[in-house]
Design a protein around this ligand. Structure first.
Ligand SMILES: Nc1ncnc2c1ncn2[C@@H]1O[C@H](COP(=O)(O)OP(=O)(O)OP(=O)(O)O)[C@@H](O)[C@H]1O
Length: 889
């Protein structure tokens, strides 16, 4: 019969409770995994699978990872969708009687991981709860590193699209739902389609109102949830309560840094849907998913990780409240004007470590002495930062008020921790002797002991006459006296021999052991005392962690404002005027990213004037590659930059704030989701038409391109009419298109204006001028662009020939009636259908020459047709009809 070792017995008991998790079982300096967990970990982490004798018949499969580098292994497993339970020794092994007590101290899931690689990327990691019932939808989400906790509710179930956008914006890594909630028929299914998120089913009771209310009251130590303004927001209460329940269940530490509930209204910020965030390449490029080439890349001159995280958030949440926007802009102005202040503040900020990361380490109890030194270094600069902000106004004034200098914490650290402490507390030497009298005494006991040893050595040399006698120390015997073989005859009887080496003998003596005992006891006591004192310091900081986090938040905002000022100064941005008008007026504006990539001197600036009257809707034509998309995005990005409080790349900018920016740009395939390119385009378009308001800015780049020309053209035409109807939308819109027919709309609809991006012909080639000018473009130059792209000459020549034929026959390319008429006749003649064959036959039979008729009969009738007020398709059909009629005579 096999007999389980006590350690394995303990392991199996714990594992029984954490069946769904990979159990990281702490053994000395390693986390070990056994059985199935070991097999999974070995495969997923590519580490060796070995075995351990545990008293079972066969060795238990086992693998291990070092304690100090466990974070990255855990992150890898989490990334692959596993949950990890961390089992630690909760008792000092040296004092344990029998087997060391172990417990699961933390459960790590995608939403609760403090993943160092994510922190390096400077993004937040959110865990969210989602609750849906007949009253609406409630969400709450938290970042357990920063302690941020936010909640909102959506009362009307109609607004599911908004909920979807909001959740996509937050992009939590894990969403908790009630066990019995069928999420397959909810918007969570759409979220899962869009990106990799873990949906965790959590027990139903956690989502009961009473349970949630109790947890909130207990956590925040309040009598009534009214203090957070939650009294009439049941969905928020449930969302927050269940979230806290889960975080407690998994983290198993007092979550002191989650110290407030931020209830927000999702419409406090400009709404940017998923497509728009992607299309405008706010945080990463569409193709490479790279930060380089995004707006974030241009604007990020932050000095701290906290600032970098906040900048991301600001970019994703432009403001819509004019006062707040101007508070930021005015603060940027101060920092922009005062170059010295800016560089001094940036210099100070660059000395700061990630206070949010350090705070979370303090909360989780895994802070080491070097972290505390980093904290001290960071706190040291606070008073100077604060003093530089005194008497400043706007956002800077608020930051000044809210920065806590944390002098008490700084002093505590300065008094307690040595400047260059070792990593591990076990090594000792972390706490300054001056911090604690007892510690000082113990340390001087050691110094005295060492002195005695030197004196003893001197005395023994004298007494024995052995000049080379020396006292040394090793871990096996402690202190010993060493005498070379040639001097052994002089060794006194009182020495006790311990070891014989090739050339010498080692001895001990009672007096030496007495001193040794004193030194070693003092050393042991010092380790214990230092540990105790370190915990005291840590706990004091823990009790003040919210002050640190509040200051961190303000430092982060300051960092972003400084970054805005810095960027504005280097790249020559100017302060926009933000107001309530419906005007967007830009003078010599540039695309913030393209000008960086293409080279500032090569970028051609352009103007814009949009209002809610004569200039509401731009129809922008121009050859491929002319710069239409760049222009469109440039306007949208500048509006967004202004509303996050940054200066803009334009000589002058007036921005009447917009509530949403919508974009429909190019063909973004979504084939993996079972939708065709055209279908995706149409769903994005319908989202825009259903959700835009008169205060929105709409950017449409070549809609209707993914289908047949006439269908596409007709859709585009109808969309323009719809958006321009002030009774329906009347949103400010920029519309780039290759359908030249749409330029006819300028004469028909008030508010529509034609623009084109100019080019110059040079022989067979074109030169891009990049300047936007009034009027429609006359040609597409697609073939010239294709030539530039290096298509074989044979293809280009053939394309030209085909184009010529098409142009002569394409009624839609003709500007006046006569041209259209001739085109229509040609088209008919070319049409290989039975009707035209038949008509031609008839004409031949009758020996009628069509060209005798075309100018007289048809033109007369055409004069009575109101072609201007017809769609191009109707016009063509009419002409067809007339020509057929003419031919039939
Ligand atoms: N104002 C400008 N100054 C300098 N270069 C520009 C400017 N606008 C655009 N460009 C350059 O021209 C390239 C093509 O621009 P863009 O993609 O906007 O053209 P487009 O008219 O939308 O083309 P298509 O119709 O083929 O989509 C850009 O990548 C950019 O490098």
């Amino acid at each position: 019969m096999s007999r389980l070792t006590p350690m394995m017995k303990q392991y199996l008991e714990i594992k029984e409770k954490y069946k769904d998790h990979i159990l990281f079982f702490r053994l000395g300096d390693f986390y070990e995994m056994f059985f199935e967990d070991a097999e999974i970990a070995s495969k997923e982490l590519e580490i060796a699978l070995t075995g351990r004798d545990c008293g079972l018949k066969e060795r238990a499969p086992m693998c291990g990872v070092p304690y100090h580098s466990a974070d990255s292994y855990i992150a890898k497993l989490i990334d692959k969708g596993y949950k990890v339970a961390i089992c630690e020794q909760v008792e000092d092994p040296s004092k344990a009687k029998g087997i060391v007590k172990r417990e699961v101290v933390r459960i790590i899931t995608p939403g609760t991981i403090i993943d160092p690689s994510m922190l390096n990327e400077k993004v937040n990691n959110y865990i969210m709860t989602y609750i849906e019932n007949e009253n609406g939808i409630g969400i709450a989400y938290a970042d357990i590193t920063t302690g941020e906790l936010k909640t909102t509710d959506f009362k009307n179930l109609e607004s599911k699209k908004k909920v979807l956008d909001e959740i996509m914006k937050i992009s939590p890594r894990e969403i908790l739902i009630r066990e019995d909630f069928d999420y397959n028929s909810s918007i969570l299914k759409d979220i899962q389609k869009n990106y990799n998120v873990l949906i965790t089913k959590y027990y139903n009771r956690a989502f009961e109102y009473k349970n949630s209310e109790d947890i909130i009251k207990k956590h925040f130590n309040i009598f009534s949830i009214d203090s957070f303004g939650l009294n009439d927001r049941k969905l928020c209460v449930i969302a927050v309560g269940s979230l806290l329940d889960y975080i407690y269940e998994t983290q198993k530490v007092p979550l002191l840094h989650i110290d407030k509930i931020n209830i927000y209204n999702y419409d406090k910020y400009m709404i940017l849907d998923k497509f728009t965030r992607t299309n405008l390449e706010l945080l990463e490029t569409i193709r490479g998913k790279d930060k380089r080439g995004s707006l974030l890349w241009v604007l990020d001159k932050t000095c701290t990780s906290m600032g970098a995280r906040t900048l991301r958030k600001w970019i994703e949440e432009p403001l819509i409240e004019i006062k707040k926007i101007n508070d930021r802009l005015n603060s940027v102005q101060i920092l922009y004007n005062d170059v010295i202040l800016r560089s001094e503040l940036r210099e100070l900020l660059s000395k700061m470590y990630d206070l949010e990361r350090l705070s979370s380490k303090i909360v989780y109890g895994n802070v080491n002495a070097r972290d505390l030194i980093s904290l001290k270094t960071s706190l040291k600069v606070l008073p100077e930062i604060k003093s530089k902000l005194s008497e400043k106004k706007f956002e800077l004034g608020k930051i000044f008020e809210e920065i806590d200098e944390l002098k008490d914490i700084y002093n505590l650290l300065e008094e307690s921790i040595v400047d260059d402490p070792p990593l591990s507390i076990k090594e000792g030497g972390i706490i300054k002797s001056t911090f604690n009298e007892k510690l000082r005494e113990l340390r001087s006991a050691i110094t005295d002991g060492n002195k005695w040893i030197i004196q003893l050595e001197e005395r023994e040399r004298k007494n024995t006459g052995i000049k080379s006698l020396k006292i040394s120390f090793n871990k096996v015997f402690g202190y010993y006296i060493e005498v070379t073989k040639s001097n052994i005859k002089n060794v006194p009887d009182t020495y006790i021999r311990k070891q014989t080496l090739a050339n010498s003998e080692r001895y001990i003596m009672p007096e030496l052991k007495e001193i040794e005992n004193k030194i070693l006891t003092a050393q042991e006591k010092i380790v214990d005392l230092e540990y105790e004192l370190f915990n005291e310091v840590r706990n004091t900081i823990l009790n003040n962690v919210n002050r640190i986090l509040k200051t961190a938040k303000n430092i982060a905002s300051l960092d972003v404002l400084l970054s805005f000022a810095e960027v504005s100064s280097i790249y020559r941005y100017n302060k926009p005027k933000v107001n309530n008008s419906k005007i967007i007026e830009l003078k010599n504006a540039r695309h913030p990213v393209v000008e960086r990539v293409a080279g500032e001197e090569l970028f051609v600036p352009n103007d814009t004037l949009l209002d809610d009257d004569e200039n509401r809707f731009y129809i922008i034509t121009g050859p491929n590659m002319a710069g239409k998309s760049t222009y469109l995005r440039q306007v949208a990005l500048i509006v967004l930059m202004a509303q996050i409080g940054c200066f803009v790349p334009a000589e002058k900018a007036v921005i009447g704030i917009v509530d949403r920016i919508f974009t429909r740009v190019g063909a973004s395939d979504d084939l993996s989701q079972g939708q065709s390119t055209f279908m995706v385009e149409m769903s994005e378009l319908s989202n825009i038409l259903n959700n835009a308001t008169k205060n929105s800015l709409i950017i449409l780049d070549e809609i209707g391109r993914g289908t047949s020309t006439y269908d596409g053209l007709s859709i585009a035409w109808a969309v323009i009419e719809y958006i321009n109807d002030t009774k329906i939308l009347g949103s400010r819109t920029l519309f780039a298109t290759h359908y030249h027919e749409l330029t006819e709309l300028e004469d028909r609809i008030k508010g529509v204006k034609n623009y084109c991006i100019s080019v110059k012909e040079s022989g067979d080639d074109i030169i891009f001028l990049r300047k936007i000018i009034r009027g429609g473009a006359d040609k597409s130059y697609g073939i010239q662009v294709a030539k530039l792209a290096g298509l074989p000459k044979k293809v280009i020549d053939r394309a030209k020939a085909i184009l010529k034929k098409l142009e002569t026959n394409d009624i839609n390319n003709k500007r006046d009636y006569k041209d259209r008429e001739i085109a229509a006749i040609n088209l008919l003649e070319d049409t290989p259908d039975n009707t035209s064959d038949y008509i031609n036959e008839k004409l031949n039979e009758k020996q009628i020459n069509l060209f005798d008729y075309k100018s007289s009969e048809i033109i007369n009738e055409l004069k009575n047709v109101d072609i201007i007020n017809m769609t191009p398709m109707d016009a063509m059909n009419k002409l067809f009809e007339l020509v057929k009629k003419a031919k039939a005579i």
